[in-house]
Design a protein around this ligand. Structure first.
Ligand SMILES: Nc1ncnc2c1ncn2[C@@H]1O[C@H](COP(=O)(O)OP(=O)(O)O)[C@@H](O)[C@H]1O
Ligand SMILES: [Mg+2]
Length: 438
């Protein structure tokens, strides 16, 4: 447990609610993160607030409106306390059947209300960290954006996919910036971080789902974000073991966990890859990028990484630079199923600090991001679930990663002539992508 205030959300309406809300909102152990008097609107707001306890007020306490509770449940696994002005045996029975945590009569002393919230929170945390939790972690998906080259669009895609999953596809989504030295995901989405991954891994006590929830930053899209450390020299303090715990904790509370990475096979990246369900290797239409991607695929093969869970995403796929899709596929020995167009709206959105899927919901690039998200949605089984992954020992991984690094350096030296050769092919065919890549 940490000593951060408990985040509460109040929905519904009943007599005396305004007084109770004011009392709770001003209590130092609680933070009122949102309200919705219309229960039908509670869901969308709830998704973005990361509430830890929900207080739902009933106008007519004769019976519990099952649909209202179901709507809330769709968006949160937080404990729910009913607030009523009149109680009955039937109501209490229904509350038990629906798995609600408590029923409180209003008006009520503030201390009693706060005690009930704390009790619900601590019981909720216990059951959430154990087998009784709604999310088992099995149905969540870890999607990693990787590329051995910088500047190809990993962060653009990671941030926009996260915003798309949270805002449009209504998934509980966490974006973790694992470009630990130079991560810029928070800036790209205009987030004002309350903490970074460094604060989380340096905090005392167990690193569980409850702890994690106190450190994530809430973005207006509804996604939660765990930014990179503020100073590059702090990157090493995020160890492989701590990262493994962060990902394990995230799987308890999120449907989708997106990992943005640095362009190297660092041990942090290898730790992330071991826990990845879908690996999106981002490439661009340049000979240098394609050569790095080829080496990346070879390295993954040497690591016995299941290549079925590895997908090439060609960013700025419509740029006419004299390389054809089939040539790229031949060179990589792998089909390209996903393409994201180039769009000026992206740098404009970055400069505004808003994901492009929010500034330009109808843009081609927004559609492409949506297609990607749908293809890798948690409901769609990952290929890996059939194949399983092989984990290498640390020594062997380090050796393979070092080999890859040397190969990449060699690659940099030969890249310039390769680019010229590609240019000389002088082909002007357009790229066409499968509409339904999944
Ligand atoms: N599809 C695209 N269309 C236009 N510009 C893009 C696109 N993808 C990326 N960019 C530009 O490329 C830059 C680098 O992208 P970024 O995601 O930061 O790369 P990486 O994370 O791989 O280093 C961004 O600042 C953005 O302006
Ligand atoms: Mg980046």
């Amino acid at each position: 447990m940490n000593d951060q205030p408990i985040r509460i959300f109040i929905s519904g309406a009943c007599a005396g609610l305004a007084e109770a809300r004011d009392a709770l909102a001003s209590h130092r152990d609680l933070e009122l993160v949102g309200t919705a008097s219309e229960p039908s609107k509670a869901g969308a707001k709830l998704a973005s607030t990361g509430a830890q306890v929900v207080l739902h007020a009933l106008q007519r306490p004769d019976t519990i409106p099952v649909e209202e509770i179901a709507k809330i449940r769709e968006h949160t696994a937080a404990p729910i306390i009913l607030l009523v002005t009149r109680s009955s045996a039937t109501l209490l029975d229904e509350a038990v059947t629906l798995g609600l945590n408590d029923v409180m009569l209003l008006p009520q002393l503030t201390d009693n209300l706060v005690f009930t919230v704390k009790k619900a929170h601590s019981i909720g945390s216990i059951s959430n960290s154990g087998a009784g939790r709604q999310r088992s972690g099995d149905s969540s998906k870890v999607i990693t954006l990787f590329s051995p080259k910088g500047g190809v669009g990993k962060t653009v895609l990671a941030t926009n996919m996260a915003a798309m999953y949270a805002k449009r596809l209504k998934k509980r989504t966490l974006l973790i910036d694992l470009d630990l030295q130079f991560g810029d995901a928070a800036i790209m989405v205009g987030a004002d971080p309350r903490a970074t991954i460094l604060d989380l891994v340096m905090s005392n006590g167990d690193l569980d789902a409850d702890k994690l929830s106190g450190f994530v930053t809430h973005h207006e899209s509804g996604m939660h974000l765990l930014p990179a450390p503020l100073r590059p020299e702090d990157a090493d303090l995020v160890t492989d073991d701590r990262l493994a715990s962060v990902i394990a904790a995230a799987k308890q509370s999120y449907d989708v966990i997106l990992l943005d990475t640095a362009p190297n096979f660092t041990s942090i990246v290898l730790t992330a890859l071991d826990r990845t369900d879908e690996l999106l290797v981002v490439a661009s239409l340049e000979a240098t990028s394609l050569k790095s991607v080829k080496i990346c695929l070879q390295t993954l093969e040497m690591l016995h990484y299941p290549l079925e869970k590895c997908h090439i995403v060609l960013n700025r796929a419509d740029t006419k630079v004299g390389l054809r899709r089939d040539q790229v596929e031949d060179a990589l020995g792998k089909a390209i199923r996903f393409g994201v167009p180039s769009n000026k709206a992206i740098p404009v959105a970055i400069n505004r600090g808003v994901p492009v899927i929010m500034t330009d919901p109808k843009a081609d690039v927004t559609r492409a991001v949506r297609d990607l998200c749908v293809a890798f949605s948690p409901e769609v089984a990952a290929d890996t679930e059939r194949s399983g992954s092989v984990r290498l020992g640390r020594r062997e991984r380090r050796r393979v990663a070092a080999d890859a690094h040397r190969a990449a350096e060699r690659d940099a030296q030969v890249a310039a002539p390769a680019a010229t050769a590609a240019g000389e092919l002088d082909l002007d065919l357009e790229f066409e992508f499968d509409e339904h890549a999944a």
